[in-house]
Design a protein around this ligand. Structure first.
Ligand SMILES: *Cc1c(COP(=O)(O)O)cnc(C)c1O
Length: 406
């Protein structure tokens, strides 16, 4: 008989949450339903021809370095091209203040390891990015949730909370935000609120994590500056990634921050994986150099904008009265709020039986609210499937409302 393996598990595994999304994805893959549950880019937008040419070129021309171990901080030439890439977005950070990570997800994990102690208070948006919460949870922080509206985080409410905490002798250590085309809501923080947030960071002495996977392709022209671009004192830790603008399979992300922050994150990374795959770094570097990234961004923007519009129209046509949803200015998701009598987690199995899946929203809220919300992905499904899926979902919601007698 096999031993009871669970007795060998380390205590900290109790902090490792199984991602709700990944569990759902497994079920729907087996059943072949229309899925609004994932967070996948449209694979038709991967520059496959260019990348296959680049991959073979990089191995041919730079093979000795590209296939070799490299330094933890990241390939120097690549960090130079990242520094240049960011400068085109108004963010001026020298290559030495950049750490290449194995996806942004690793940056979130490094932050948890190097900057968060049990009991530290982290403020996040309600709702916020689930995978960040799960990474941070490993270090047992306390979360406080700040509501959002169509201008992003309610920084005025954050200020109230900061004042209230401070009157009790407590302080917030960091604010985690996805300020531009937020996941899961798609909203963008207004410029006034960005300034206000930076002022609060000075006044109340906290760090800001600016997680920015989506600002490279926005569907509408919006006036804003990156928090990092306005950061006079180095309080902003900026994260970005190639997952949404090139290919998530490369697993290339990066952090731009003050050199002390970079140094401590680098120390944490060394034990994890020594360095991010060298070959992926060379491929991403060459893709920037050849203009592949810049050429594909407008194509992505147009494709996702069209899909967003198709989903918004379908929601308007098929969701019953009493439902509302965000109008994302970028990214890959719409976040929907249903009547409060509905529990979207309870409704999910019925939806999957009817042929459509979504992510129940509660996991995105740190305060236990959001039971009546759902995240809908529009980047992956085809336009036809979006219409068909929203139609089915509308029917499921109506039936659920009827069964609740409302
Ligand atoms: C997709 C996404 C990321 C990217 O994660 P990777 O590990 O780089 O693939 C990070 N943050 C948010 C908010 C995202 O939506």
């Amino acid at each position: 008989m096999n031993p009871d393996f669970k007795k060998f598990y380390a205590h900290r595994t109790r902090l490792m949450r199984v991602s709700e999304i990944r569990t759902i994805l497994r079920v729907i893959e087996e059943k072949g339903v229309i899925s609004f549950a994932g967070g996948l880019p449209d694979p038709n937008l991967f520059p496959k021809k260019e990348l296959s040419e680049i991959a073979s070129y990089v191995i041919r021309e730079y093979g000795n370095a590209a296939l070799q171990y490299s330094v933890t901080r990241g390939v120097t030439l690549f960090r130079k091209s990242l520094s240049y890439f960011m400068s085109t977005k108004g963010i001026n950070v020298p290559p030495d203040n950049i750490l290449v990570t194995t996806g942004s997800q690793q940056a979130l994990d490094l932050i948890a390891r190097a900057l968060i102690d049990p009991g530290d208070i982290i403020a996040v948006e309600l709702p916020t990015y689930l995978a960040a919460l799960n990474a941070f949870r490993m270090s047992e922080p306390e979360f406080i949730g700040i509501p959002i509206d169509d201008k992003g985080m309610r920084v005025d409410i954050l200020e109230e909370k900061l004042r209230e905490l401070s009157s009790r002798g407590k302080k917030v250590k960091m604010v985690y935000t996805v300020p531009t085309a937020q996941n899961p809501s798609g909203v963008t923080m207004s410029q006034d609120r960005r300034k206000h947030l930076l002022e609060l960071a000075e006044q109340y002495d906290f760090l800001i994590i600016e997680d920015d996977p989506y600002s490279h392709f926005l569907f509408e022209p919006i006036e804003f500056k990156h928090l990092k671009a306005m950061d006079g004192t180095g309080r902003v830790i900026y994260l970005s990634t190639f997952s949404k603008i090139l290919a998530p399979g490369l697993r290339i992300g990066w952090v731009a921050a003050h050199e002390d922050i970079i140094a401590i994150l680098e120390r944490a990374k060394q034990n994890l994986d020594l360095h991010t795959p060298t070959l992926s770094q060379y491929i991403a570097m060459e893709a920037i150099k050849r203009g592949v990234v810049e050429r594909y961004i407008p194509i992505m923007r147009e494709t996702y904008k069209r899909k967003r519009n198709v989903m918004l129209d379908a929601l308007e046509d098929h969701f019953p009265p009493g439902c509302r949803w965000t109008k994302p200015v970028g990214g890959m998701f719409i976040f929907a709020y249903l009547p409060e009598s509905i529990d979207t987690k309870e409704m999910l199995l019925k939806a999957i039986d009817a042929g459509v899946a979504y992510v129940p929203g509660r996991a995105f809220f740190v305060d236990g609210s959001g039971w009546n919300t759902m995240r809908l992905n529009f980047s992956f499904p085809s336009e036809d499937k979006i219409i068909e899926g929203v139609k089915i979902l509308g029917r499921v919601i109506r039936e659920e409302l009827k069964s609740k007698g409302s």
